[in-house]
Design a protein around this ligand. Structure first.
Ligand SMILES: CNc1ncnc2c1ncn2[C@@H]1O[C@H](COP(=O)(O)O)[C@@H](O)[C@H]1O
Ligand SMILES: [Zn+2]
Length: 349
C-alpha cells in the first residue's frame, strides 16, 4: 500500500508486531533485487505477492512461499531480506518486532540451519548498530510439515541460541500448512521447548478441521496463539476451547488481510477479532506476511478500526496493550510503555 492511502495517524501510531514470517514479509523492492540476482529462475514478480482485492486459497499461498524460498537460499540473501524487512517495519512505525522464520538447509549453497539463524541474528545486530529505531527479537519456526524429528532438532537449535544470543532468540513458532500433519506428533518437542524456557507461539485452528489438535495443544499451554480463527463457537469452534484460552489468558495474534486473502475468513466484518475484542481478551493486530499479502501494520490497524468502528483512543489502547503480550522481559515492556507515553502527544497532535 502506498503511504498516502493510510491515514497519518496509523503510520505515526507506535506499534508492536508479533506475528511476521520473514520470507512472507519480503517487499516488492527486495523481491526485485532477488530476481535480478537469480534471473535464471525466471520468476516474475506476480508470483510472489497477492495484490489488492485478489484472493488465493490457503494452498495457493503456500505455493507462493515455495517460490520465495527459491529466491532466498544463501546467507547473503537472508541477510539482505532480514535487514530490508526490519527497516521497513521500522519505517512503518513498528517499535518492537518479533520476527519468525523457519531455518532451512540448502546443500547447493552451503546454507545450514545454524548459519540461517546466525544470519538473521546478524541482520538484527546490523540494524541496531545503524541506529534503526526498533527492538527486534527472533522466534525460530517449526514447519509442521517436517514432522517430529525436525521439530526436535529445531527445539535444540532454538535452545542453544536462546542461551547464546543475548536475549535475541526468545522462543518458537509452530507454522506451516495447517492441513498437513497433526500437532500430537509435535507435542513432545513443544513440551521440551517449554520446559527449557522457550516461549511458544502456535498457529492454532487456522482451518476448521483442527479442533481436536487445538484442544490438545492448548493444554501445554502456548504463550500466544496465531490466528485461532476457528476456536470461537461463532466461527464453528466451541465454548470449551474459548474457556481454555481465557483460563490461561493466552493472547491472540490476529491478521485480518491474511485471513481474508487466504480465504479462511469470508469478509473483514466476519473476522473473529470482533468476538475476542468484545470479550476484552488480549488481541494483537499483526501482518502475518506483509509481502505476500501486500499490506503493512499501519494498514492492518486502519482496517481493524474502519471495520469494527474503533475510535482513535481505542486504537491507541490496542497498540499499547500489545506491549503486555511480547515475549521479551518486563524491563523491555517498561521501556516500550515509556516510549508510548512520550509519543502520544505527537500522534494525537
Ligand atoms: C498464511 N498463513 C500461514 N499459516 C501457516 N504458516 C505460515 C503462514 N504464512 C507463513 N507461514 C509459514 O512461514 C513460512 C515462510 O516464512 P519463513 O520461510 O519461515 O521465513 C511458510 O513456508 C510457512 O511455513
Ligand atoms: Zn502465520
Amino acid at each position: 500500500m502506498m503511504d498516502n492511502e493510510v491515514d497519518v495517524f496509523y503510520r505515526e501510531l507506535p506499534k508492536v508486531e508479533l506475528h511476521a514470517h520473514l520470507n512472507g514479509s519480503v517487499s516488492c523492492p527486495t523481491i526485485e533485487k532477488l530476481i535480478s540476482r537469480k534471473p535464471q529462475l525466471n520468476i516474475g514478480h506476480g508470483m510472489t505477492a497477492i495484490g489488492k482485492g485478489q484472493r488465493r486459497t490457503l494452498d495457493e499461498c503456500f505455493q507462493v512461499f515455495k517460490v520465495i524460498h527459491q529466491l532466498v537460499d544463501t546467507e547473503e540473501d537472508i541477510l539482505m531480506v532480514a535487514t530490508d524487512v526490519i527497516k521497513e517495519f521500522a519505517a512503518d512505525g513498528v517499535k518492537y518486532l518479533e520476527l519468525r522464520s523457519t531455518p532451512r538447509e540448502e546443500k547447493h549453497t552451503g546454507l545450514t540451519k545454524k548459519s540461517y539463524i546466525e544470519t538473521v541474528i546478524e541482520a538484527i545486530k546490523q540494524c541496531k548498530s545503524e541506529g534503526v529505531d526498533i527492538d527486534v527479537r527472533f522466534l525460530v519456526a517449526i514447519d509442521r510439515r517436517n514432522g517430529t524429528e525436525v521439530a526436535m532438532e529445531t527445539v535444540k537449535l532454538a535452545e542453544d541460541f536462546m542461551l547464546s544470543s543475548d536475549g535475541l532468540v526468545l522462543g518458537l513458532d509452530l507454522s506451516g500448512d495447517p492441513t498437513v500433519g497433526h500437532g500430537k506428533d509435535l507435542l513432545p518437542a513443544l513440551q521440551k521447548a517449554k520446559n527449557c524456557g522457550l516461549k511458544l507461539s502456535l498457529h492454532l485452528s487456522e482451518v476448521p478441521s483442527q479442533l481436536e489438535e487445538s484442544d490438545l495443544l492448548l493444554d501445554l499451554p502456548p504463550d500466544r496463539i496465531g490466528h485461532g480463527t476457528f476456536l470461537h463457537p461463532a466461527m464453528g469452534g466451541s465454548q470449551g476451547l474459548v474457556d481454555k484460552v481465557v483460563k490461561h489468558n493466552i493472547p491472540l495474534e490476529l491478521c485480518l488481510t491474511s485471513n481474508v486473502k487466504g480465504q479462511t475468513v469470508a469478509r473483514y466484518s466476519d473476522h473473529h477479532f470482533k468476538h475476542w475484542y468484545q470479550m476484552g481478551h488480549p488481541s494483537v493486530i499483526c501482518t502475518d506476511d506483509k509481502g505476500v499479502f501486500s499490506t503493512d501494520l499501519s494498514q492492518e490497524y486502519q482496517l481493524a478500526a474502519s471495520t469494527f468502528d474503533l475510535s482513535r483512543e481505542a486504537v491507541w489502547k490496542l497498540s499499547h496493550d500489545a506491549i503486555d503480550c511480547i515475549f521479551a522481559p518486563d524491563t523491555v515492556k517498561q521501556q516500550l510503555k515509556q516510549k508510548w507515553i512520550d509519543l502520544k502527544p505527537h500522534v494525537f497532535k
